[in-house]
Design a protein around this ligand. Structure first.
Ligand SMILES: Nc1ncnc2c1ncn2[C@@H]1O[C@H](COP(=O)(O)OP(=O)(O)OP(=O)(O)O)[C@@H](O)[C@H]1O
Length: 207
């Protein structure tokens, strides 16, 4: 997956969050979207996900060398963000059965194997609402990292993770970096994006 952003801007009311943002998110690369709290990182990720319209500029998506209409982007997308909620009344196994029908896992990976990768075996029959915040974050990350999707968006991925959880994230994000998969990480925690080859600083596009 490739995304070309040209002259992108987003405004809320009269306030421009960012303006004139151009960047080529090349296939197979990992890019960090950086900026302090409130800079517009989540706003940019929502725009790249095709979930929020930019006020200015344009986005071009390409998959396998072919243009991809923006309406098709959600099908190609795995997205983990603090504001995306899980259906918490399901048990873990119920949630995986439901979720993987809509968003299949990588070829050869079963929900049972994913449960083990996420170290959540003991919670298989537990409703997700009873999970700790760190367990929920491991689940959200596991579902996104191991989805069969060529675009991976991670918004503040180590939110709620302890040191062991943060190390788990770094190990698994490295494992799922296939040729052609585009990874975009929004963050202001250096350890979370140290592996990224490219950076977009939102503050470079603010007046
Ligand atoms: N729906 C909205 N209506 C009005 N303003 C909004 C809306 N959504 C976001 N904003 C504003 O846009 C700015 C950027 O918000 P955003 O959540 O994208 O920042 P962020 O860099 O992800 O912040 P953080 O690091 O705190 O998560 C903020 O000033 C926020 O108040």
């Amino acid at each position: 997956m490739q995304i070309k952003a040209h002259g992108l801007g987003r405004r809320y009311g009269r306030q421009w969050i960012f303006k004139g943002l151009s960047h080529d998110f090349r296939p197979g690369t990992a890019t960090a979207v950086l900026g302090p709290n409130g800079a517009g990182k989540s706003t940019l990720l929502s725009i790249l996900a095709g979930q929020l319209l930019p006020t200015a500029g344009e986005l071009t998506y390409t998959l396998g060398g072919q243009p991809l209409p923006v309406a098709e982007v959600p099908r190609q997308l795995a997205y983990c963000a603090p504001y995306l909620e899980l259906p918490e009344d399901f048990t873990l196994l119920e949630l995986l059965a439901f979720h993987t029908r809509l968003k299949p896992l990588r070829p050869g990976l079963t929900p049972a194997a994913l449960v083990e990768l996420m170290y959540l075996q003991k919670a298989r029959h537990q409703p997700v609402r009873e999970f700790s915040s760190g367990m929920k974050q491991r689940l959200k990350l596991g579902l996104a990292l191991y989805a069969a999707a060529p675009l991976l968006l991670l918004d503040e991925p180590t939110t709620n993770l302890d040191a062991t959880g943060a190390a788990w994230y770094l190990e698994h994000v490295a494992r799922v970096r296939d040729a052609g998969r585009l990874v975009i990480v929004s963050s202001n925690v250096p350890a979370e994006y140290a592996f990224c080859e490219a950076q977009v600083r939102i503050t470079d596009f603010q007046s």
